[in-house]
Design a protein. Structure first.
Length: 265
């Protein structure tokens, strides 16, 4: 089984390149499943039901979120009833939304997806390791392949989780920093790992937001509107191959689609 995990989709530019490239990527890369982190899809922060539908229509099968999960509160009813979108599993039990999503890939493999928030430089959350254990207990035998999106700020958080779960999940792939790391690898136990798969959105920016606005606020402390930038839109993602019989990853590679690639797709 082969799946693509797409990193933080930021605003309209991010959604647009997903729409323009994912159907072609499914063909070209023989993808059996597509998972995407969409916590920044709505104007750079949050996700709306209409945008979730737009991503599903483009070929995304399952959606993960992060610290911006509830920024657009109209998503909350959908989080409660749509089995395809997960909130971080280490929020309080009272937080709305489900923490485990399942899908059947095009080759028939049963896939389980969940996400967790790291603890370094993020809001205070429950222990992601304990929370991941709880989710793993619920996944059960029927899921052959499991992906954890670890939404974290620090590479130390990400590596600790990857090593902790090595051999017990198919992939631990990071999001949230919006910068792809060059450390994609399959750990000895068979878990595919990458600290951060990178951002799907405008790269002529600071983490997807207009450079001038972010700089002004950084330099003067005057608040500005951190509007989503426009230039150099890229889709950043990572492709993982796995053996459904063992649940172990066999290969991992980074993937980038630039605007100039779209015409050929
Ligand atoms: Fe993000
Ligand atoms: Fe985030």
């Amino acid at each position: 089984v082969r799946f693509l995990f797409i990193g933080d989709i930021v605003g309209k530019p991010g959604r647009t390149i997903v729409r323009q490239s994912v159907p072609g990527l499914i063909e070209r890369e023989n993808l059996d499943l597509v998972v995407a982190n969409a916590e920044n899809a709505a104007g750079g922060s949050g996700l709306t039901p209409v945008m979730a539908e737009e991503l599903f229509a483009a070929g995304v099968d399952l959606i993960t979120l992060g610290d911006h999960v509830y920024k657009r509160k109209e998503i909350i009813p959908l989080l409660e009833r749509d089995g395809r979108i997960v909130r971080p599993c280490n929020f309080p039990a009272t937080a709305p939304g489900i923490t485990l999503a399942k899908a059947t890939a095009r080759d028939g493999t049963h896939v389980a997806v969940f996400c967790a928030l790291g603890r370094v430089f993020t809001r205070p959350v429950d222990c992601p390791f304990t929370a991941a254990e709880e989710v793993l207990k619920r996944i059960g035998e029927e899921s052959q392949v499991t992906l954890l999106d670890l939404h974290a700020e620090a590479t130390s958080d990400m590596q600790a989780m990857g090593r902790y779960l090595d051999g017990r999940v198919t992939a631990v792939l990071g999001t949230h920093t919006h910068v792809a790391t060059a450390d994609e690898q399959v750990f000895p136990g068979g878990t595919a790992f990458q600290c951060d798969v990178g951002m799907t959105g405008p790269h002529d920016s600071i983490l997807g937001r207009r450079t001038d606005r972010v700089l002004e606020t950084t330099l003067t402390f005057r608040p500005t509107a951190f509007d989503v930038a426009k230039g150099d839109v890229r889709l950043c993602g990572t492709v993982v191959d796995a053996d459904p019989a063992t649940g172990k990853a066999t290969a991992i590679r980074r993937l980038v689609v630039r605007e100039s690639d779209i015409a050929e797709m």
